[in-house]
Design a binder for this molecule. Structure first.
Ligand code: AMP
Ligand code: GLY
Length: 420
């Protein structure tokens, strides 16, 4: 059958790659895709936020399942458009996606349903936010309410940091309407973990855990990014913790959303802090994590199509999935300067040679021009591997990376090492 993946990052290349292994899949479209998806799918130059054109295309090409990668089209209601036309689609409706679209909604939802999260206050008036900061204890965290591509979170060590954060969000309006409201919340020390489940609105199937490396610089320094690398499983995970995440966070969220008329089908991603008192939610996303998904899908033995179809159709009860015991990892190659300003359009070479070292390479910001591949974004490539130990996986990856060349290549050389 024909399937379609919406998006153009490393996550989408990994989804296309895994779907291409299904015997039931005959043709894949990637909207708009990148130079990597072009090897396995037909790239279609449509705007991922234009739900009408994408749904028209799905109907014309007899696409039987559409998988939506990024949050923006979900937040804009692409799934609702597909459902109106009775087209099969993997992902939450606009109402269910609201748990990511609005952090203020997510916080209030968690408070209402007793789901553990950092203590918080919500402001839409800059003076009130400033007054709050003047009397607060530090560190604290300032967040934009709306989507900000992972860049709308400020960890503030003192009052100056806090004032600067609300200035840039609420006065300079650096995030536009996403910053009309801010959340100021308690800083939680602990260890971070990403936990993703596939849900059909009632049931959930957890994916294996992962941990991403959010900071731009070595040793977890510098600004937050979308993710500079990932490993799976997350370290130090035990059965009790897994059970507590499902019992205190995931199930109450899925049930609460259903209760509020926001039935959640798709992948629910909980960004968690494992604190001394247990797991606490930092954020919810309504889509696969990037680059966590690249690491997670390397470990999936089962047919991804069956899993995603069952979520879309509400029939997760008859799906069982198997995982490789081996661990996996992913290192993101960026354009120097990311997440700030960077140059793109650099010619990329050495990918085949690197791949022959036993890694899987998922493209993120790349584009094809004739036979040549150029960088087209801040996160350019994901070099991923699976092995018996994390050490072996990291060795495979870091041995392969030197074969890849482009001007202004940059990456963290400490992915896989435990951070404090
Ligand atoms: P978020 O987009 O809400 O997940 O925040 C991005 C990153 O900021 C997280 O991955 C954490 O590293 C950090 N962060 C967010 N909220 C908190 C918090 N309350 N305490 C400590 N760190 C946080
Ligand atoms: N890697 C973090 C995210 O996908 O939100």
């Amino acid at each position: 059958m024909n399937v379609m993946v919406v998006g153009s990052g490393g996550r989408e290349h990994a989804l296309v790659w895994k779907l291409s292994q299904s015997r039931k899949v005959s043709k894949i479209f990637a909207v708009p895709g990148n130079a990597g998806t072009a090897q396995l799918a037909v790239n279609v130059a449509l705007d991922p936020t234009n739900a009408i054109e994408i749904a028209d295309f799905a109907q014309a090409e007899d696409v039987q399942l559409t998988v939506v990668g990024p949050e923006l089209p979900l937040g804009l209601g692409i799934v609702d458009e597909f459902k109106r036309r009775n087209l099969n689609v993997f992902g939450p409706t606009q109402k269910a996606a609201y748990i990511e679209t609005s952090k203020a909604f997510a916080k209030e939802f968690m408070a209402k349903h007793n789901i553990p999260t950092a203590d918080f206050s919500i402001f839409n008036d800059i003076r009130e936010a400033a007054d709050h900061i003047k009397s607060a204890t530090f560190p604290l965290v300032v967040k934009t309410d709306g989507l900000a591509g992972g860049k709308g979170v400020f960890i503030c060590r003192n009052m100056e940091d806090g004032m600067a954060a609300i200035q840039s969000i609420m006065q300079e309006k650096k995030f536009g309407r996403a910053g009309e409201q801010v959340i100021i919340e308690e800083f939680l020390p602990g260890r971070e973990m990403s936990f993703m489940v596939i849900s059909d609105g009632k049931r959930v199937i957890p994916l294996v855990t992962a941990m991403d490396y959010k900071k731009a610089g070595e040793g977890d320094t510098g600004p937050n990014t979308g993710g500079m690398g990932a490993i799976s499983p997350a370290p130090d995970l035990d059965h009790d913790l897994l059970d507590s995440i499902l019992r205190t966070i995931i199930m109450p969220t899925i049930e609460g959303l259903r209760f509020e008329g926001r039935e959640f089908r798709g992948v629910l991603y909980a960004g968690l802090m494992i604190t001394k008192t247990g797991p606490v939610v930092l954020e919810f996303n309504v889509r696969f994590g990037d680059p966590e998904t690249q690491a997670v899908l390397l470990r999936l033995k089962s047919d991804l199509l069956d899993l995603l179809t069952a979520s879309a159709e509400g029939s997760l009860f008859d799906v069982h999935i198997d995982w490789e015991e081996e661990v996996s990892a992913c290192v993101v190659l960026t354009s120097r300067g990311y997440p700030g300003g960077y140059e793109k359009d650099k010619s990329i070479s050495g990918l085949e040679r690197a791949k022959s070292m036993g890694v899987e390479i998922f493209h993120a910001g790349t584009r094809l021009d004739g036979e040549s591949i150029y960088s087209a974004g801040g996160r350019v490539l994901n070099v991923c591997a699976r092995a018996a130990s994390l050490k072996d996986a990291m060795k495979k990856i870091y041995d392969a990376i030197p074969f890849i060349t482009y001007d202004n290549i940059s990456f963290r050389s400490d992915i896989g090492r435990k951070q404090s």
